[in-house]
Design a protein around this ligand. Structure first.
Ligand code: ACO
Length: 370
């Protein structure tokens, strides 16, 4: 019997939230191309679409923006709890702890509600910025209600009103991260919710899955790789050495995409538009081409191309974000997809309970018949 690993190709449910077609390189959110939404709509508009199955009317958008701005603040007890966590605790685990600590009787109910989804989505950037500034000995920056979701996140991190080009780049990145079918973290959130648990517990499960380098933890490793490579002439020997030692090149390969990840394509365009001609961008393009060529040489037929993490790293670096908050920033986009799946799971819930194939020994004695 073939070894059963990774649930590859297994259909785990139906969804009308998003389509990922890895052969054609399609990414669709509720009937719209994700890459078109990323350059034409705001974070809030796409969040509304994913939560409500349609784009908002002008008035509905105003109301959602108001609701999200009002839901950004973090309670005092949560700040105190975050402050008690030693600086060595990684941000993703701080996020998990903070989301769990928000699970009071309003936020942690069965079934989950859209209001809870909006609350968690709105508050996540504030938790990241609060913690980031605290561990870097910077004064706290309170959220600013008149700024949109993406602009306010940059504002809370830096303490300055961001340039429009930066807001658009971050918003495009987070929209492209919002939804991606039954990926590991989304699946984790649906599994947790399916026990009739609650949205805070389900999002905590998803954050845990997102933390790993095979999922959301890759962009900071892409930056380390580009920094280690340093110059174009060093790319080929560096990549060859990793592949000869059976290592992985971060930012390449995907379980679903066997062509270039459409999100990587859209991010490359957004990065170029934002930073223009820049040596670090030229190096990234050179590393991309070299790695694709060498991956085909060392792993023929595996069809390994650039994934979303590769250009995510470039865009987040161009925004001058600390690599420690790359994965949390991805998370602050993906939470819209998670909460949409959590709400969808609750609409027609059945507990996830797959089976496993037992490969251990049997007892040496005969089974007793009862
Ligand atoms: N570098 C080198 N070899 C690779 C890479 C890579 N980046 N990705 C896959 N391969 C090789 C594997 O070694 C394997 O080779 P083999 O057939 O000789 O054993 C083959 O290609 C298939 O790889 P798997 O790991 O089985 O593919 P899987 O679908 O399980 O994994 C994954 C996909 C985890 C993304 C993988 O490509 C990887 O580890 N990439 C690097 C990490 C990364 O970029 N993660 C971000 C993913 S994007 C996201 O989750 C948002």
């Amino acid at each position: 019997m073939a070894k059963v690993t990774g649930l590859e190709g297994v259909v785990a449910g139906e969804t009308d939230i998003g389509l990922v077609d890895g052969e054609k390189g399609y990414l669709v959110y509720r009937g719209y191309w994700a890459k078109e939404l990323a350059v034409s709509k705001s974070y809030e508009e796409v969040a509304y679409l994913l939560w409500n199955r349609r784009l908002p009317e002008a008035e509905e958008l105003v109301l959602l923006k108001q609701e999200m701005a009002a839901a950004r603040t973090i309670p005092e007890y949560l700040k105190q709890m975050i402050d008690l966590l030693p600086p060595s605790i990684p941000m993703m685990l701080v996020l998990q702890s903070a989301v769990a600590a928000l699970g009071d009787k309003d936020n942690a109910t069965w079934p989950p509600t859209l209001k809870q989804a909006i609350r968690l989505t709105s508050v996540l950037p504030t938790i990241i910025a609060y913690r980031y500034r605290k561990v870097n000995n910077l004064p706290e920056v309170e959220p600013l209600a008149e700024l949109g979701h993406a602009a306010n996140y940059l504002y809370m991190l830096t303490g300055s009103i961001p340039e429009e080009a930066h807001v658009q780049a971050l918003s495009a990145y987070q929209i492209l991260c919002m939804e991606h079918g039954m990926n590991a973290s989304t699946f984790a959130s649906r599994v947790v919710l399916s026990t009739e648990s609650d949205i805070c517990a389900a999002v905590c499960g998803a954050i845990g899955a997102m933390k790993g380098p095979l999922h959301g933890g890759a962009p900071s490793e892409v930056i380390s790789m580009l920094e280690e490579i340093g110059t174009m002439d060093r790319a080929e020997p560096w990549i060859r050495k990793v592949l000869e030692n059976r290592g992985k090149i971060m930012g390449f390969g995907h379980r679903i995409y066997k062509t270039k990840d459409p999100r990587a394509e859209a991010l490359m365009i957004a990065t170029e538009a934002m930073i223009g001609k820049d040596p670090s961008f030229d190096l990234a393009i050179h590393v991309e081409h070299t790695a694709i060529r060498l991956l085909e040489e060392y792993k023929p037929g595996r069809r390994l191309f650039t994934n979303v993490e590769f250009y995510a790293a470039a865009i987040l670096k161009a925004l001058q974000l600390d690599p420690d908050i790359f994965t949390p920033t991805f998370t602050a986009g993906r939470i819209v997809g998670w909460t949409s799946h959590i709400l969808e799971q609750a609409e027609s819930n059945r507990i996830f309970r797959p089976q496993s194939v037992y490969t251990g020994p049997m007892p040496e004695t005969e089974a007793e018949t009862v």
